[in-house]
Structure formats: C-alpha cells, structure tokens
Design a protein around this ligand. Structure first.
Ligand SMILES: *[C@@H]1O[C@H](CO)[C@@H](O)[C@H](O)[C@H]1NC(C)=O
Ligand SMILES: *[C@@H]1O[C@H](CO)[C@@H](O)[C@H](O)[C@H]1NC(C)=O
Ligand SMILES: *[C@@H]1O[C@H](CO)[C@@H](O)[C@H](O)[C@H]1NC(C)=O
Ligand SMILES: *[C@@H]1O[C@H](CO)[C@@H](O)[C@H](O)[C@H]1NC(C)=O
Ligand SMILES: *[C@@H]1O[C@H](CO)[C@@H](O)[C@H](O)[C@H]1NC(C)=O
Ligand SMILES: *[C@@H]1O[C@H](CO)[C@@H](O)[C@H](O)[C@H]1NC(C)=O
Ligand SMILES: *[C@@H]1O[C@H](CO)[C@@H](O)[C@H](O)[C@H]1NC(C)=O
Length: 476
C-alpha cells in the first residue's frame, strides 16, 4: 500500500511499521521514500495539498480542507524556507488557537474558506508573517486580538467579508502595515485614527460608507485610496488634505453631488476617478491639484463646462456621458497639456472649436454621440491631433479645410452621421477611416473611390442613395 503521508520522517516511519513489511523490498521502499522526503524539503508535498516553487520559495496550496492540522507537518521544513501557504475553497469556520503551530510562513492566504471565528491565539507563532489574506470569508469584524502578534505584517486583505465598522483597536496597532484591503465588506463607519500611518495603499471600495469625517487624516504616506462603490453623497472641504503623498484616488460609483473644496491640498495626486457620480458642477473644484494627470468625470450630470481649473499636468480628461450642452470658451484655458479629451455622449450642438484652442498637445478627441450638425474648425489649429472621433452625430458635410486645422490627423471616424458623399475622403491623407452608417449616394466612380480607400477602411460602407442605412442604425 503506498503510504501517502506528509514528508515528516517521524510519521513516515510510523506508517511503515503498520504496513507490516520487513523484506528488503520494504527497506528499499523506505529508503526511496526517505530520499524523496529529503528532496521534497525544498517543496514538501502534503496531500491533499500541493507544493510548487515560486519566487524561489515553496508555495503550498490546499483546497477542500477542514482544518489546518495537515500543515503542522510543514513545520520542520518551514524553518529555513519560510513558505507561502494558500488555502482555498475549504471549510474552516474556526481557526483554533495555534492553528499553524510555529510555522515560519511568509505569506498566508485563506480565501473562500468559510472562516467565521478566529480565536485569540490562532496566529501565535506566525510572528514572521508579512502577508495575510482572509479574502471572501464570513468575518463580521476585524479579528483584532488575533492579529496582535503579527507585528511584521505588511499586507493584510480582509476583502469580501461582513465587517461593519472599523475601530482604532483593529489595525492601527499593526505599525508595519503598508497594504490594507477592506474592500467588499459592509463598513458603515470608521473611527478617526483607525489606520497606521505606515499605510501606502488602502482599499475601502464596495462598502456602505456615507461619510469619512476625517477618518483618514494623518495617513501622510498613503499613495492609493480606493473609495469606489460606497454611498458618498458629499465630501467635506479639505477632506483629504493631510494625504500629502496621495497619487491615486478612486471615488467612482458613489452618489457624489457636491465635491467643492474636497480635493484641496493634494499636491501629488495624479489620478482622480469620479466616474458615475451625480456631480453637476466642477466649478472651482480642481484648482489645487497641480500634479493631476488623469481626471475621469464620465457618467456625471455636468451640463455646462466653465474653466475646469488650473491643471498644468493634466493629460487625460474624460467628460463623456454627461449632459453637456455647452462648453465655455475658457473651459480648457488652464489645461494646455491634455492629450486625450473625451466628450462623447453629451448633448453638444456646436463643435466646441474656440474652447479647444488652448489644447495644442491634443492627440485624441472623441466627440461621438453628440448632436453636432457640422464641424466648424475655422478658428482652430490642433497641430498634434491624430485621432478624431465624430461617430453618432448629425454631420452632413465635412469642411474642406479639415487638414489645415488638423495637419497630423491619421484617423477619422464619421460613422453614423448624415454624410451623403464619399468623394472627398479618398484625397484625405488618412491612415484609418471609419465611414459606415451614412446615407451615401454613389455613382459610377464610387466603387473606384472605395477600392482606392480599401486599405484604410475598417468596413466598406454601403451605398443607400440618401436613405439612412437602418441595419446600421441599431449600432448607433
Ligand atoms: C463545514 O463545517 C461545519 C463544521 O465546522 C459543518 O457543520 C458543515 O456541514 C460543513 N459544511 C460543508 C458544506 O461541508
Ligand atoms: C460554514 O460554517 C458553518 C458553521 O460555522 C456551517 O454551518 C456552514 O455549513 C459552512 N458553510 C459552508 C459552505 O461550508
Ligand atoms: C470561536 O471558537 C471558539 C473555539 O471553538 C469558541 O470557544 C468561541 O465561542 C467561538 N466564538 C464565536 C463568536 O463563535
Ligand atoms: C486570495 O485572495 C487574494 C486577494 O486578497 C488574491 O490576490 C489571491 O489571488 C487569492 N488566492 C487564490 C488562490 O484565490
Ligand atoms: C462598482 O461595482 C460594480 C458592480 O459590482 C462594478 O461593475 C464596478 O466596476 C465597480 N466600480 C469600481 C470603480 O470598482
Ligand atoms: C470615450 O468614452 C466612452 C465611454 O463613455 C468610451 O466608450 C470611449 O472608448 C472613449 N473614447 C476614447 C477615445 O477613449
Ligand atoms: C488613390 O487616389 C489617389 C488620389 O487620387 C491617387 O494618388 C492614388 O494613386 C490612388 N491609389 C490607388 C491604389 O488607386
């Protein structure tokens, strides 16, 4: 009978005693087994767990286990190796005292394993642990007392549990913590001072927060803050002021209406996501974020855009999917370095030519799905513009002087408009043309024109002789 045992020599011998074999063959078998064990100390196999070397250390993965006893067999090998241990899809509702013995483990993941109750001494002996993931379990509070011995912990994930609130007792004592995820819980409140100042990244997205009220002050090292998918309606002025190292702030998918003053005092903020909120006005909001590189306001309720603010570093600006009817002349006056501007899915009835004048680094302009009847570019010179997207408007003709305004243009998308003539396109020195979904009128020469352009067309447009191609309407 093959002896499927953990690679701990003591237990191997016990097993062979019981197997009642005393022949030379059995001795050879023992020898073979023991040498396997020795070889496996590099990566011990502990059925039902598997082991694989990763980043030059053993990584043990267990599924469908009901307790952590199996793992105690690791201890003799763990001394020198400090393995990673992953437990997934198991049923360990209680982590008992000393659940991992004195395993010298470096990273421990217990995901989707129905962990409900972590006893006070569960992690005793894991003082060297640097990463702990307890993702997708049933914890209804941070296991504060159990975490106390883990003084070297740098990474802690409690994503996907049922945690309701965070107090100063919970993680603040973990003074080496750098990455903390509390995403996908049901957190409603956070006591001020709940987080250690050592934090670099904090995930609080997908919770039930309505307000922060200074709970995050003092996190002077924090670089990444995820607050998406909560219930924030307003943010206090200066809410993030003490986060002087913050680089990325994600507030997408909240119900923010008023953000006045909220982003003051964020000297290093580069990425700000306000996607899918209820913001109606951003007037004066972005005057104190000098490093901002990317601003996403997609899916809000902006109607008009006045001076966006002093954003000299802004490169990517997404204003798509709002209700903008008008863009004032000064909208982009102080954002001269924007490279990508997305104004798609708004209600613009006029090509915002004068407002675009300051954008002399613009490469991509998306004005798809507006109500533009024409493109008036007489005032405009965008020497770096390469991609112009105008799909889903009401454009009937393109101006002759398009290339005087956009001398670097490489790609033009005018699909789903009201263009009737194709002739002008083949003289345009474009690399990519998107034309389908227009009621083109064709004559004898049209096929030749289309053939001429075929290398640059993604999709050969149909000639419908003035009738809107209904089959293509749907796409719009
Ligand atoms: C999980 O373990 C508990 C005991 O800790 C047991 O009552 C339950 O039936 C187990 N669930 C499954 C699906 O095996
Ligand atoms: C989770 O553990 C509880 C006992 O604490 C048990 O009743 C339940 O069946 C377990 N669920 C699963 C999916 O194993
Ligand atoms: C957690 O488990 C321990 C040990 O089994 C038990 O004494 C304690 O009552 C449990 N606590 C909860 C909250 O279920
Ligand atoms: C466990 O959860 C973490 C997220 O906290 C994830 O990065 C990791 O890939 C998960 N591991 C497994 C084996 O599912
Ligand atoms: C918010 O939650 C929805 C639904 O789970 C998800 O699709 C979306 O990506 C989340 N938003 C962010 C920014 O994570
Ligand atoms: C502009 O935003 C829309 C969504 O609102 C997106 O589908 C499109 O790809 C974006 N355009 C560019 C050029 O990134
Ligand atoms: C396409 O038309 C342009 C301009 O009339 C002409 O210079 C070029 O030779 C034509 N190319 C082909 C492949 O017919």
């Amino acid at each position: 009978m093959p002896c499927q045992l953990p690679c701990q020599s003591g237990r191997v011998r016990t097993c062979l005693h019981r197997s009642d074999m005393h022949s030379l063959i059995s001795i050879l078998y023992v020898f073979t087994l023991l040498s396997t064990v020795v070889a496996h100390t590099i990566c011990p196999s502990l059925p039902p767990c598997r082991c694989k070397r990763e980043w030059s250390r053993p990584h043990i993965t267990c599924t469908s286990i009901r307790n952590t006893v199996t793992l105690s067999a690791l201890i003799p090998h763990a001394r020198s190796e400090s393995p990673w241990v992953t437990i997934v899809n198991s049923n360990i509702s209680t982590l008992r005292p000393n659940a991992f013995g004195s395993l010298n483990v470096d990273k421990l993941e217990i995901n989707a394993s129905n962990v409900t109750n972590i006893t006070k001494d569960a992690f005793l002996g894991l003082e060297d642990l640097r990463g702990l993931h307890l993702t997708d379990n049933m914890l209804n509070a941070v296991p504060a007392i159990s975490l106390r011995p883990l003084i070297n912990l740098e990474v802690l994930s409690l994503t996907g549990n049922r945690i309701v609130s965070i107090t100063t007792e919970d993680v603040a004592p973990l003074v080496n913590l750098r990455y903390l995820s509390l995403s996908e819980n049901v957190i409603e409140d956070i006591e001020t001072g709940s987080f250690p100042v050592s934090l670099l990244q904090l995930g609080l997205d997908a919770n039930r927060l309505e307000t922060l009220n200074g709970a995050l002050s003092d996190l002077v090292k924090l670089e990444l803050l995820l607050l998406a998918n909560n219930s924030f309606r307003t943010l206090n002025a200066h809410e993030f002021e003490s986060l002087s190292a913050l680089d990325t702030l994600n507030l997408a998918d909240n119900v923010l209406e008023d953000v006045a003053g909220a982003f003051e005092g964020l000297p290093k903020l580069k990425f700000l996501f306000l996607t899918r909120n209820h913001i109606r006005s951003v007037e004066g909001v972005f005057n104190y974020v000098p490093s901002l590189n990317e601003l996403n306001l997609r899916g809000n309720k902006l109607r008009r855009l006045k001076n966006l603010g002093n954003l000299p570093a802004l490169k990517t600006l997404d204003l798509s999917d709002n209700q903008m009817e008008f863009i004032f002349v000064d909208a982009f006056e102080n954002t001269p370095n924007v490279i990508t501007l997305n104004l798609s899915s708004n209600l613009l009835e006029e090509f915002p030519d004068t407002a675009l004048v300051p954008l002399n680094s613009l490469v991509t302009l998306d004005l798809s799905r507006n109500k533009l009847p024409s493109i008036d570019v007489t005032q405009l010179w965008l020497p770096t513009l390469k991609h112009l997207y105008l799909s889903g408007n009401m454009i009937t003709t393109l101006p002759d002087n398009l290339f005087e305004s956009f001398e670097s243009l490489q790609e033009l998308d005018v699909t789903h408009n009201l263009l009737t003539t194709l002739d002008m396109f083949h003289v345009l020195p474009l690399k990519k043309l998107h034309l389908h979904g227009n009621p083109f009128r064709c004559d004898l020469s049209t096929n030749q024109v289309l053939d001429n352009m075929s290398g640059r067309l993604d999709y050969r447009p149909l000639c419908t002789n003035g009738v809107l191609p209904t089959s293509q309407e749907k796409i719009n």
